[in-house]
Design a protein around this ligand. Structure first.
Ligand SMILES: Nc1nc2c(ncn2[C@@H]2O[C@H](COP(=O)(O)OP(=O)(O)O)[C@@H](O)[C@H]2O)c(=O)[nH]1
Ligand SMILES: [Mg+2]
Length: 326
């Protein structure tokens, strides 16, 4: 752990599937900080930090991309969030808690929502669930609030039972700035928490694929690679038959399909390779280098400058008023 001077900086993460209201939540705390989506397409593609002052307290609230991002793969998002969290840990910044947003209007728990929830739990680890607030959003869209209350009860019993048993809180979000601030304040008052993924990556030096979430994504990618290989083998057989028949039209079509499948396979393979990385040593080296070049720095500046090195690759940080007095 490095020694960094400056004010104690508390961080609170906002997580959840795409469209659950993460960016709106952050904008309530600080108007116009991040872009909100207008449908099911993802807008927040990188982790973004917003500096929020509530009364005399200062918090850094982080808007995160959902694991169900429509434009980036799970492996990409996982790598980015993990890089962010591991760097936060290595910079000595205190993570105080996480709000996990869920639309109360969703009639059923969809596959992507369920898998995001499962990954989220693994990322945190049981011990950190005390620092989680499960926040239901979109209550204003329900004409009958009792439907929402019933749904929230079902969520508690069917999907959140293990989390609440380990200390996660469930709250109905009324969409107000006051409530957003109160939630952040409550989390800021909590003791710092080290998530399972931070333990795995920074304390145990695990590779991404050897962590709980990484293993899940890796298994899925391995399965798709096997499927793609079977499809490719099959196509090659068809191509050889078509060439024996001298059917040039079939051959052209099949070769085009083969080209597309090969590109798909390459993409999956690249994602799979990403999971082989062990981020710990790389991040520690960056922390050390940064400390040598500018040993006295505010923790958040320190953190930002480390991630700043990888700005175009993984993380775009928005620190709108860093260093500016309120
Ligand atoms: N009616 C209503 N709209 C919301 C609520 N939360 C978010 N939205 C809107 O739903 C869309 C998606 O929200 P956004 O915050 O971008 O979701 P994100 O993908 O989780 O960041 C945006 O147009 C938001 O303004 C809510 O509680 N009620
Ligand atoms: Mg967003």
């Amino acid at each position: 752990m490095v020694r960094v001077t400056g004010n104690e900086a508390s961080m609170v993460l906002v997580m959840g599937v795409t469209g659950s209201g993460k960016s709106r939540f952050v904008n309530l705390l600080r108007g116009g900080s991040v872009e909100e989506g207008d449908g099911l397409m993802s807008v927040t593609q990188e982790c973004q930090i917003v500096r929020v002052k509530i009364g005399s307290e200062l918090a850094y609230v982080v808007d995160t991309p959902g694991f169900d991002d429509t434009t980036r793969s799970d492996a990409d998002i996982f790598e980015e969030i993990t890089t962010f969290l591991a760097t936060q840990y290595a910079s000595g910044l205190a993570l105080k808690g996480i709000t996990f947003l869920h639309r109360i209007t969703d009639v059923r728990m969809q596959g992507s929502t369920l898998s995001t929830m499962t990954m989220f739990k693994e990322l945190c680890g049981d011990h950190a669930l005390k620092s989680v607030v499960l926040l239901t959003t979109f209550w204003d869209k329900l004409s009958d609030k009792s439907i929402g209350a019933r749904r929230q009860q079902e969520l508690r019993q069917e999907f959140w039972l293990d989390m609440t048993a380990k200390g996660s809180q469930v709250r109905r979000f009324d969409g107000s700035r006051d409530m957003a601030e109160a939630l952040v304040m409550r989390l800021v008052d909590r003791p710092p928490v080290v998530l399972q993924i931070q333990r795995d990556i920074m304390q145990q030096g695990k590779r991404l694929e050897d962590t709980g979430v990484g293993r899940k994504i890796a298994t899925r990618l391995d399965r798709s690679l096997e499927e793609k290989d079977k499809e490719l083998e099959d196509l090659e057989k068809q191509i050889s038959k078509a060439s024996k028949r001298r059917s040039s039209r079939d051959l052209k079509q099949l070769e085009e399909r083969l080209g597309r499948k090969l590109t798909e396979r390459e993409r999956i393979y690249a994602s799979r390779q990403k999971l082989k990385a062990s981020l710990g040593p790389e991040i520690n080296a960056k922390v050390e280098k940064q400390q040598k070049s500018s040993p006295i720095m505010d923790k958040i500046q320190f953190f930002a400058s480390i991630l700043g090195m990888t700005v175009s690759v993984t993380t775009n940080i928005v620190l709108p008023l860093l260093g500016v007095a309120f």
